[in-house]
Design a protein around this ligand. Sequence first.
Ligand SMILES: [Zn+2]
Length: 314
Amino acid sequence: MSSSNMSNKLDLTPAACPVCSTSVSAGFSVEGVGTFHQCGKCGFIFVPETKSEDANLYDEKFGSTNIHPTYRKTANGYMIKNEEKLKALLKRFQPWHKTGRILDVGCSAAFFMHLAQKNGWQADGVEIAPWAAEFSNKELGVRVFCGMLEQAAFPDNTFDVAFSSHVLEHIADPKTLLLEMKRVLRPGGLHVSVVPTQFVSPSWRLQKRFIGDPPPKHVSFFDKSSFTRLVEDVGLEVVSIEYNVELTRLYELTLDREAMKKRWQDKLAVAQQASPARPQRLPGWAKAFAKSGVNFVGNALGAGDELLCLAVKK
Ligand SMILES: [Zn+2]
C-alpha cells in the first residue's frame, strides 16, 4: 500500500473476463501495486492466471498482522471485534432461519460463526489456512473444514444461509465458487457476500490511493454492476446490494502522504503488538448517524469501500 499511486493505461494480452466471458485486452497498471485487466462490457477488474488460493498467503502471520474485520489480537489471544455490527447482520438473516444451518466460506478464525451459534444457528465454516481452521475447531467450538468449499462436499440444499466476507476478491474464478455456494444453499435460502471495492472507493476515486491488499492476494475487483451481473448469472436473485463507506477511510482523505504512511505503520504496529483496542473518538450514536449519511451519499454516487449483497436462491 502506498499513499498515492500513478495509474497508466495498457494494452495487454487478451484474457477472458471471469464475470461475462468477454475477451479483454485493455487494462492499466498502478505503480507499486500491479497490472489489472478491465472488462469494457461489465466493468469487472481482474488479474488473470494468478495463483491466489494459496494457503501459504494466509498463514498465522497474515491473521495476526492484517487488520481483520471480525477479530483482533490482544495480549489474551484473539478476540471478536465489531460484535454489534455482526449481531445486526445476523438479525437480517433471521427471516431465512428454517433448519437453522449457516455456512461461512473463508471464515478465518470463525468468530462470526461462533456468534451465530450463540444466536440459535448451527454453524459450519470452510477455511484454507490450517491455523485458523484449527483455532476455530479447538478454541471456538465451531466446526470448520480445512480446504476449499468444493472439497468439503456438502450435500445439495443444506444451508439456510451461505455467507462469505472478504473472500471472493481473493478468487480468480469467483463464478465457480458462487455456483458451489448456491448448490449447498436450500431453495429460497439466502446468499450473503461482502466484498471490498477498492477501485470505486472514495480513496481511489478522489486521490488514486490503493488501500488494502494488492495482487496476488486480491485478484478480483467488483463494483455494484459487475457483482450484480455475477450473482444473477449464477441464478441468484438480488434482494439488496449496497455500498458501505468506511468513516476511517474518509478521515484518511485529509492526510498527506507522510501522515498516511505513519498512520498505517502505527496500525500494523498495534496489530503486531497485541495492544488493547484504541478508544473510540465518536460516541456510538454519532458514529451511526454519520455512517448512515455517508452511506446514503456513497450509494447515490456509486462509491464505497465494500459491497454487501443479499441474494436468494430461486
Ligand atoms: Zn466482463
